[in-house]
Design a protein around this ligand. Structure first.
Ligand SMILES: *Cc1c(COP(=O)(O)O)cnc(C)c1O
Length: 426
């Protein structure tokens, strides 16, 4: 049996810290080495040893249309042939901005960046400039990119690696962050009463501690709480934007934030993200206003072309299909878990779900941390052995795409029925 992945990983560990360029890819949390990928085709991945997998990660969200969608590939090719970057404005970025504004209810203007991290970093800077306040309220288990001040009790890779914050973040950078339990109204009120807060920053549908939805009324409560104390409400829709609905979680929940961070889907697999909001706030950014923000590759023509081609595929029918795919796979996994007697909670919103190895519903980060990580690790390893590639961490979401077909769901359900038995030792 060839082991090209193993050989590449050994070489990678001599050249890249941990052998990877982003921690969760290392698969340490599920007790195995990473798989090196050769190519993606629709909802499938092919690794360097020729193994084929049903892909439920889809690059952690950007690939809502699957790998190498012909429309996206051709848009990138055409853009590349005309030059890859100019450092000057283009028509494409104006059209992408118009599409975002048309979709996302609270957004009138956007500033594009190359990563979600930059989008949330800009949101924080803008919120502080607008309010003249320093403190940011964030939720435990929410991930907003690797911004120094936002790493406190962040989910995603930090949760996966068991890192509470990060060495190298100064006390000063962390001092203005207040971390509160998700879905905990009293804790929010208490924090807002202590010091003036510039922004309440939330993933409206948290996906980075696994999928832990807001309890009924919680987002409305955050909107009212922010208004009462003069803070901005910032939604980080880097995952939920253009995925859970045409206009993101804010459209689905009818709660409109002041600022919105977007990413992942809007780059269609290339590096693009954005911050959006009403004109009065957005025009505080340079050069319209005095709040500095910039980027050599921001609004990159290839990323803009990939993003526009991807959004063009996302009509109402596409969202209906994505929701149906999500429901179908969730139902199949629930059935497999029940038959195996596995104590799991499958928590979902359209286009996202997590299989929590927990006997009770997960409502916050503490609940996610109580999951049986050993059983989860066994489950993921068993899936991989059967040609199904799940997110290799308990604290992440599965990402259904428009490329997942019935046969992918069937293969996943069959593999999962066995994997649940292996996970629980039955
Ligand atoms: C992925 C993610 C980010 C960071 O985006 P990058 O492009 O990885 O910098 C921020 N917020 C959320 C909710 C994310 O899921």
């Amino acid at each position: 049996m060839s082991d090209a992945s193993g050989e590449l990983y050994r070489r990678a560990t001599t050249l890249l810290p941990g052998g990877v360029n982003s921690p969760v890819r290392a698969m340490r949390a599920i007790g195995r080495d990473p798989i090196f990928i050769e190519r993606g085709e629709g909802a499938e991945l092919v690794d360097v040893d020729g193994n084929r997998y049903v892909d439920w990660v889809c690059s952690w969200g950007p690939l809502i249309a699957g790998h190498a969608h012909p429309d996206v590939v051709s848009a990138i090719g055409q853009a590349a042939a005309a030059g890859t970057s100019y450092g000057a404005p283009t028509a494409g970025e104006v059209e992408l901005a118009a599409e975002i504004v048309d979709r996302v209810p609270s957004v009138e203007m956007v500033r594009m960046t190359s990563s979600g991290t930059e989008a949330t970093m800009t949101a924080v800077r803008l919120a502080r400039a607008v309010t003249g306040r320093d403190v940011i309220l964030k939720f435990a288990g929410a991930y907003h990119g690797h911004v120094d001040g936002l790493l406190a009790e962040a989910g995603s890779g930090l949760a996966t690696q068991g890192i509470p914050a990060s060495p190298g973040v100064t006390a000063a950078a962390a001092a203005d962050t207040r971390v509160v339990a998700w879905n905990d109204r009293a804790a929010v009120e208490q924090t807002l009463a202590q010091r003036p807060v510039a922004a309440i920053l939330a993933e409206p549908y948290p996906g980075n501690m696994g999928v832990v939805g807001p309890e009924p009324g919680f987002l409305e409560f955050l909107r009212a709480a922010a208004d009462d104390c003069g803070a901005l409400l910032v939604f980080d829709e880097v995952i939920s934007g253009f995925r859970v609905a045409r206009g993101g979680a804010q459209e689905r929940e009818r709660v409109h934030p002041d600022l919105t961070a977007l990413g992942k889907v809007i780059g269609g697999g290339l590096p693009a993200a954005a911050l959006g909001g009403p004109r009065a706030l957005m025009e505080r950014l340079a050069p319209a206003g005095e709040v500095y923000q910039a980027g050599t590759l921001s609004g990159n023509p290839l990323a803009v072309a990939a993003g526009r081609a991807t959004l063009a595929l996302l009509d109402e029918e596409a969202y209906t299909r994505l929701a149906q795919t999500t429901e179908a796979i969730v139902a199949a996994l629930r059935e497999g878990a029940a038959e195996a007697g596995a104590a799991v909670q499958i928590q979902s919103v359209p286009g996202l779900f997590t299989v929590f190895f927990s006997p009770e519903p997960v409502r916050d980060y503490a609940g996610a941390q109580r999951c049986d990580l050993t059983a989860h690790g066994r489950f993921c390893r068993a899936l991989l052995e059967r040609g199904v590639y799940p997110p290799p961490s308990q604290f992440e979401a599965w990402f259904p795409s428009l490329a997942h077909e019935d046969r992918h769901l069937e293969q996943t359900a069959t593999a999962a029925a066995e994997a649940f038995r292996e996970a629980t030792g039955t």
